[in-house]
Design a protein around this ligand. Structure first.
Ligand code: TYM
Length: 332
C-alpha cells in the first residue's frame, strides 16, 4: 500500500503558542513516521495582513526552527517556505479564477479577520483570497490528510469542493483531502478569554503561552489565567469554560485522563491545580526550547534544510501544476 500524503502549514506571524503545538505540530511529529509528510511555512498567507518586513523574515526562520525543535525531521519529512516554491502562487491564481466570490465571503475566518482589519487599515483582497492559496498548498501535493486545528476545518472543506469542481469540469486531477483534528486539543481557548480561541494575533500576550515563553512567564500566565465562579475543578465546557480549557491543556500535555485529573484535584483549590499545570507545561517545553536555542546558533544549517525542502517540494508540485495548466488550456 502506498503511504498517505500529509500536508500542513503554519503562518510566520506572531508567537507560536501551545494551541498551535497541541492542535497541529504535535500531530505533525507523529504523522511523519508513517506518512509522506510535507510541512510548509506559509509566508504568503502571513502577508494577507500587514507585516513588518524585518519581523516577517525573522519569524519565518523562527517557525522553521520551531518545527525542527519540536521534532520535525527533514530526513523523514519535507519542510520549506511557501514563497520559495512559486507553484503555490501560480495555482492559487488559477483557483481564484474558478472560485465563486460568495464561497470566499462565507468563510468564518474571513468574516472575523475582516472585522478587525476594518477597524485598522481596511480589508485587503488577499485576505479574501486566503483560502484559495491554502487550497493550492494542499492540492499541489495530492494530499490525503491535512492535520490542523478546528479553526481550519472550513478551509479544508472548501479545498475539497474546489477540487471536486475542478475534477468535474476538467477530468480527474486532484485528490480530495480530508482534515485531521487532534480531538482532545482541536481548539485551545484564550487564557484571558475562554470564549475565543488562543490566538497568535491576540492583543494581549496573556492570551497565550508561547512555545518560547520563559518558565517564569509560563507560571505567571497560568496563575493569572481566568477561572470560573466556584472553586471546583470539573470539566464542563458550558458552566466552567475557563477551567475546562485548562483541564484540556493539562490532559493534552500529561496524557492523564480528564476523569483522573478531576478526582486528583477534588476538594483542592485552583492555586494548586494551576501550579502543577504550569510545571507540566514548563517540563514539556524545556527540551523544545533547548533545541531551539541550539538551532539559533546554526541558522545556516536551517537555511540549507528549507532550501532543500523547496527543491524537493517543487519536484512534486510541478507535476500537478503542469497537468492543471494543460487541462485548462494554457500553452506549455
Ligand atoms: P495558523 O498559522 O493560524 O495556525 C497553525 C495551526 O495551529 C492550529 N491552531 C490551533 N489549534 C488548536 N487551538 C488553537 N487555539 C489553535 N490556533 C491555531 C491551526 O488550526 C493550524 O493548524 N491557514 C492556516 C495555515 C495554512 C495551512 C495551509 C494549513 C496555510 N496553508 C495548508 C494546512 C494546510 C493557518 O492560518 O494556520
Amino acid at each position: 500500500m502506498t503511504r498517505q500524503r500529509i500536508f500542513s502549514g503554519i503562518q510566520p506571524s506572531g508567537n507560536l503558542h501551545i494551541g498551535n503545538y497541541l492542535g497541529a505540530i504535535q500531530q505533525f511529529v507523529g504523522l511523519q513516521e508513517t506518512t509522506d509528510a510535507i510541512f510548509c511555512i506559509v509566508d504568503l498567507h502571513a502577508i494577507t495582513v500587514p507585516q513588518d518586513p524585518e519581523e516577517l523574515r525573522k519569524k519565518t526562520l523562527e517557525v522553521a526552527m520551531i518545527y525542527l525543535a519540536c521534532g520535525i525531521d527533514p530526513k523523514k519529512s519535507i519542510m520549506f517556505v511557501q514563497s520559495h516554491n512559486h507553484d503555490h502562487a501560480e495555482l492559487a491564481w488559477i483557483l481564484n479564477t474558478l472560485t465563486p466570490l460568495g464561497e470566499l465571503e462565507r468563510m468564518t475566518q474571513f468574516k472575523e479577520k475582516r472585522q478587525s482589519a476594518e477597524k485598522r487599515r481596511g480589508v485587503l483582497s488577499g485576505l479574501l483570497n486566503y483560502p484559495t492559496l491554502m487550497a493550492a498548498d494542499i492540492l499541489l501535493y495530492q494530499t490525503d490528510v491535512v492535520p490542523v486545528g478546528e479553526d481550519q476545518k472550513q478551509h479544508v472543506e472548501l479545498t475539497r469542493s474546489i477540487a471536486e469542481r475542478f475534477n468535474n469540469r476538467f477530468g480527474d486531477t486532484f485528490m480530495l483531502p480530508k482534515e485531521m483534528l487532534n480531538k482532545s486539543a482541536e481548539r485551545i481557548m484564550g487564557l484571558d478569554d475562554p470564549s475565543k480561541k488562543m490566538s497568535k494575533s491576540a492583543k494581549s500576550a496573556n492570551n497565550y503561552i508561547a512555545l518560547l515563553d520563559s518558565p517564569d512567564e509560563i507560571l505567571r500566565k497560568i496563575k493569572t489565567a481566568m477561572t470560573d465562579s466556584g472553586s471546583e475543578i470539573r470539566f464542563d465546557k458550558k458552566a466552567k469554560s475557563a477551567v475546562s480549557n485548562l483541564l484540556a491543556v493539562y490532559h493534552a500535555f500529561s496524557k492523564e485522563s480528564i476523569k483522573n485529573l478531576e478526582n486528583r484535584y477534588a476538594g483542592k483549590g485552583y492555586a494548586e491545580f494551576k501550579k502543577d499545570l504550569g510545571e507540566i507545561i514548563i517540563a514539556k517545553l524545556e527540551p523544545i526550547q533547548n533545541r531551539f536555542r541550539e538551532l539559533e546558533k546554526n541558522s545556516d544549517e536551517v537555511m540549507k534544510i528549507i532550501r532543500e525542502g523547496a527543491e524537493r517540494s517543487g519536484a512534486i508540485s510541478q507535476k500537478t501544476l503542469s497537468e492543471v495548466k494543460q487541462k485548462i488550456g494554457l500553452i506549455a
